[in-house]
Design a protein around this ligand. Structure first.
Ligand code: AFP
Length: 283
């Protein structure tokens, strides 16, 4: 796993360089979800593919930017599912964006996730790595080298509320829940970038990030394999919870297609329990 984590560190430095120097325009292509592709999306995807293609541990790659599975080494152990540049539409307004990696062993489902990682490309490059049985580890880069900062633990209750999705398309109970937290004094912290938004809650001790099913996206917007499950793992390892709108742990998801999405809620225990009661979810 160390080889994979070291490769992710190298990838992070290279993608950060591209973000700071590459053209921020669009290609004339679109990704497998039909979304317009920035030159940065394509370049970031290429950097990751090149970085992993010669590592014999890696059996296959699944990218948000491409359809299907890219087979690499028949006797490889891990399949890496990744979003090369999540929130890339924020890059041209100079907001933080990120890369997300889910490392799976065997069938591509949540229980087979063995590790996850994400990179935040912001004023500094930051990295969080998570493996089973330990708290997520936070690193920060300086002149191309990552230093360990701390292990991440979520407080039982936080102060930040990150409500995703188009509000006019929320259902009534979700709007009541979100407004209820603001009435309790929670601070709105939402940039539209999943990685910085979830990173902030982890580092500031807690709160909740929600991306519910909405009238325009009943199954939510965020992809299970390379966005939802990797972060669900990190939030649970940090002592928080990660569930869907039925109260199911996101770490029990079994996608039927590599690009399946899921309504998702990540947060400290107090906020997730408040969501459960707002949604009438029995424990
Ligand atoms: P883009 O990659 O199109 O910028 O979308 C980013 C994202 O997938 C995720 O990073 C955010 O949490 C989410 O979309 C924001 O979606 P809304 O704008 O609908 O809240």
């Amino acid at each position: 796993m160390l080889t994979i984590f070291d490769t992710i560190k190298n990838i992070a430095i290279k993608i950060d360089h591209e973000i700071k120097n590459e053209d921020l325009g669009y290609c004339d292509s679109s990704n497998s979800s039909g979304e317009d592709q920035l030159k940065l999306d394509v370049k970031s995807d290429y950097i990751i593919e090149e970085a992993f293609k010669d590592i014999s541990l890696v059996k296959a790659l699944v990218s948000e930017e491409k359809e299907g599975v890219m087979e690499l080494h028949d006797d490889g152990k891990y399949t890496i599912c990744y979003d090369p540049l999540d929130g890339s539409s924020l890059a041209d307004v100079n907001l933080s964006v990120g890369s997300i990696f889910g490392i799976y062993e065997g069938e591509l489902k949540a229980e087979n996730l063995v590790a996850s990682a994400y990179v935040v490309y912001g004023p500094r490059i930051e990295l969080v790595l998570a493996t089973k049985g330990s708290k997520p580890k936070h690193y920060r880069a300086k002149e191309g080298l990552f230093s360990f900062i701390c292990e991440i633990t979520l407080d039982e209750k936080g102060k930040l509320n990150a409500p995703g999705g188009t509000q006019q398309n929320w259902d009534k109970e979700h709007k009541t829940f979100v407004d209820g937290l603001f009435a309790e004094g929670y601070r709105l912290r939402y940039s539209g970038g999943m990685v910085p938004d979830l990173h902030q809650i982890l580092l500031k001790g807690g709160g909740i990030f929600s991306y519910p099913g909405t009238s325009d996206k009943p199954q939510g917007k965020l992809r299970q394999l390379f966005e939802v499950i990797p972060f669900a793992f990190i939030y649970e390892q940090a002592g928080g919870q990660a569930i869907n709108d039925k109260g199911m742990r996101l770490m029990e998801l079994v996608p039927s297609h590599p690009h399946d999405t899921s309504p998702c809620f990540f947060g400290s225990n107090y906020e997730i329990e408040a969501l459960r009661s707002a949604y009438g979810i029995k424990i």
